[in-house]
Design a protein around this ligand. Structure first.
Ligand SMILES: [Cu+2]
Length: 228
């Protein structure tokens, strides 16, 4: 049997160890977290009633614990730039349910290529459709316990409606970046496993101008307050 000369073997081992250390340090990932503090866009009371039936009082900023929130309370925060890692489709299927005549959640962000389930959890029929340029579809009417799905294969924003209940409205954000999050109703968000570097930070919120600014992520956690 051929044997490695001792010195060569040691050198090979050392090279292997060094390459593992290099991989680990270059892939050291950071966390970007923070809070979006922009107030939702103001809409007239008439529009609020038709669009957020039962949610009129929640157009204000201070959402309660049991928030049945209107879409304007949520933000989508995402990083764009050069040399982004590939998006990965998680094993868990993203869901936008129909519950109490609302889409829940009313703002959903997913990786491009994701398939979203739209289960009906109400005791009456709903329908899910969109005329958005990014994805046009109509899932027809279906009863409680049924679910239909849509695969979103292009990036962009898709507005979602129900043709039976005019007040139902939601947004699906389809992202090409692996670095994104939807804030909770208080604006809190976390984006994990970001490779340090300089990116463009994008912040979307319904009916407000989108924020775009440069951001440098270092090796540790970065906390951000946006829009105050
Ligand atoms: Cu409906």
């Amino acid at each position: 049997m051929w044997k490695w000369p001792k010195a060569q073997l040691l050198a090979a081992l050392l090279a292997a160890v060094l390459s593992i250390i290099a991989i680990n340090s270059s892939s050291h990932a950071a966390e970007l977290y923070g809070q979006v503090l922009r107030k939702p866009a103001k809409i007239s009371p008439e529009r609020a009633i038709s669009r957020y039936r039962g949610r009129e009082n929640l157009v204000q900023f201070d959402a309660g614990e049991d928030c049945v929130c209107n879409p304007g309370l949520f933000s989508v925060i995402y990083l764009t730039g050069q040399n982004l890692p590939q998006v990965n489709i998680p094993d868990s299927v993203p869901v936008m349910a129909q519950k109490d005549k609302m889409f829940v959640p009313s703002v959903l962000s997913v990786s491009v290529g994701s398939t979203v389930e739209f289960p009906n959890l109400d005791q009456f029929f709903h329908n899910v459709f969109s005329y958005s340029a990014v994805k046009q579809f109509d899932l027809g009417r279906y009863p409680q316990g049924k679910s239909e799905s849509v695969t979103f294969d292009k990036p962009g924003i898709v507005k979602i409606f129900c043709e039976i209940h005019y007040s139902m409205r939601a947004y699906v954000h389809i992202l090409e970046s692996p670095y994104f999050a939807t804030s909770d109703e208080r604006g809190n968000f976390v984006i994990k496993n970001v490779i340090p570097g300089t990116y463009t930070l994008n912040v979307w919120q319904e009916n407000l101008p989108e924020i775009r600014q440069s951001i440098t992520i270092k090796n540790d956690s970065t906390y951000l307050k946006i829009g105050q």
